[in-house]
Design a protein around this ligand. Sequence first.
Ligand code: NDP
Ligand code: GDP
Length: 326
Amino acid sequence: MNKKIALITGITGQDGAYLSQLLLEKNYTVYGLLPRRSTSEVNLNRLEWLGVDDKVHLIDGDLTDLSSLIRIMQKVQPDEVYNLGAQSFVKTSWDQPLLTGQVTGIGAVNVLEAIRLIKPDARYYQASTSEMYGLIQEPMQSEQTPFYPRSPYAAAKLYAHWMTVNYRESFDMFACSGILFNHESPLRGLEFVTRKVTDGVARIKLGMETELRLGNIDAKRDWGHARDYVKAMWLMLQQDTPDDFVIATGLTTTVRDMCKIAFDVVGLNMDDHLVIDPQFFRPAEVEILLGNPAKAKEVLGWEAETSLESMITEMVEVDLQRLTRG
Ligand code: NDP
Ligand code: GDP
């Protein structure tokens, strides 16, 4: 049997790295879209960390450039396309709302168009987000819960989400949206709160810093591990019919309690080091997210495997090692 071919946008990001590893284990040929940056030494740290940087094929292109996507689609002829590329940081989206709209919103439609024109039988995965629930309309959010986006990022993602549904219904494309709740790992960007905390706690433990400055620590998130969540992406594209799925743990925790777990890992008292800093508050907040993964369990047979405690412990330990090695 021929090897399946996958194309991943956002391959250099957290999920792109874990998904590449998963698909390579499943004997896929993996291509990744590589946007132009100011140096040819592209940021392959995450792929390197998982030992897959020399096993994936990278092709220059950008989500905002439809012609590059068409060219890549012609060259790669993918069986599956995973659209993970985005301006993905909520806080930045208030400062760069148009860029966020172009990359995170229109970018997804560019990928859908390239598929429709060149490889309409390719299966498409859209990286939708729990941020679309924003000001939550139900205590536990499922595929039926109405959306109420609370940031330019969430609004851009909601556009991409509905376009995915529309391409499925209008053009009979195999297009799925995974509504993923927050997922983290040692490969998470340092600007996101879990990694900021685990890196900060490791620095304090090593005597490199004395304090950790955070914003709204009462916010609650349903945090899972990226390694578990990329399995759900793949499973969605292996079904007989395309559909949308909430991917979550079904548990929610405050930033404060998540932070305490990290300080406990290194035996330090959180209250001696944590400082609340208004600069990290947002113009509008998503106070609480809690996902209902029942459909994913029933249809995909998917369940989160990693607890928040073990994930934060892993992240702190990896950050300690990184900082110790310099
Ligand atoms: P990251 O921020 O780690 O990765 C984003 C990726 O998008 C990077 O590879 C980045 O490349 C790439 N990218 C940015 N701009 C462009 C562009 N113009 N053209 C092509 N690629 C571009 O995100 P994650 O891996 O954490 O998340 C993957 C996807 O899932 C994202 O779409 C995110 O919004 C979504 N999501 C994530 C959740 C999470 O908790 N992690 C929750 C729900 C949804 P470069 O590094 O070169 O900038
Ligand atoms: P998000 O859910 O995609 O916005 O993921 P983040 O990890 O960026 O933020 C999760 C929650 O942590 C949000 O409610 C933030 O307001 C809150 N938070 C509190 N302090 C901080 C901080 O210093 N940095 C970040 N990124 N988030 C913080």
